[in-house]
Design a protein around this ligand. Sequence first.
Ligand code: WQD
Length: 340
Amino acid sequence: MHKILVTGGLGFIGSHTVVELQNKGFEVVIIDDLSNSTIKVLEGITAITGKAPIFEKLDLKEKNKVEAFFKNHQDIAGVIHFAASKAVGESVENPLLYYENNINTLVYVLKSLSKLETKNFIFSSSCTVYGQADKMPITENAPVKLAESPYGNTKQIGEEIIKDTCKITPELSAISLRYFNPIGAHASAKIGELPIGVPQNLVPFITQTAAGLRKELSVFGNDYPTSDGTCIRDYIHVVDLAKAHVVALQRLLHNKNTNNYETFNIGTGKGSTVLEVIKSFEKVSGKQLNYKFAPRREGDVIQAYADTTKANNELGWKADSSLDDAMLSAWNWEKQIRNI
Ligand code: WQD
């Protein structure tokens, strides 16, 4: 049974990926510094799969600790690297925190990984690297544009670091998965999105408003050149996204990759406006959402949705869940954590 390291494995996407890895029979080791998660997530994962992943609380910024960890786990068959800070707005206010936490840690993990027998690496990237793409849907060949934020820049730099390392390390195989907008929660409602403080992202803000934690949702701009004036995104169920990581890892473990560095867009291929997301929520929850229109948010792109041809054909992966499925799972999770 392959042993897989999942850094940031107690985070939103990481925890759902650990569940899917365990479902496929992998042994999982999680590293997390708990800066943006809680140990309760480990209980949730164990409750779902019946298997407790190995967990080590570790700050990947501490280079010696990273080296010591890999010395104790020489039999790791692959690494899925989620650990990073991911709030766009915060990255603008505190760029050095983002460059240290997202770049240094990647370098330390790659350096230690390069010393292992097998070198398979999956990187958590983002459609943010495309900025406002000129053509929709967005393919992997769309130009990587000047990042709109330090957060987005760390994803672009991260991809370059991996690509350069793969160039001089033929036995290192890596895949960058460029996520679109992950939403929703596991069907069991035992794990889900746990934003700390006021949610920056749309869907947790919607569910917290419906749960009575927020007065109303502000829709950032309704004067965009779209069908209803609100921005378009590709909202993908987090479980579909988690499954894409397992498929990508298996591609590397079975040497199915066509070269040792690949990128894939992971989305549904469908764009939805903010108002369509609200309508979907109201439909699946049976609740009227309290919202108002507000000025545009700095740095928002008008539209971004994926061309998933490459992931469908080469990776052999396709998103199964609809927007309604994802919104219902998000609402069930919110009700579970608020005891509604
Ligand atoms: C979606 C739409 C907002 C909140 C970011 C990162 C991306 C990834 C996902 C980490 C936009 C609108 C939002 C609100 C609103 N992060 N909105 N009111 O900005 O597309 O992507 O999060 O991996 O890398 O860039 O997601 O959910 O913040 O916004 O109207 O209170 O919802 O304007 O149009 P975004 P989002």
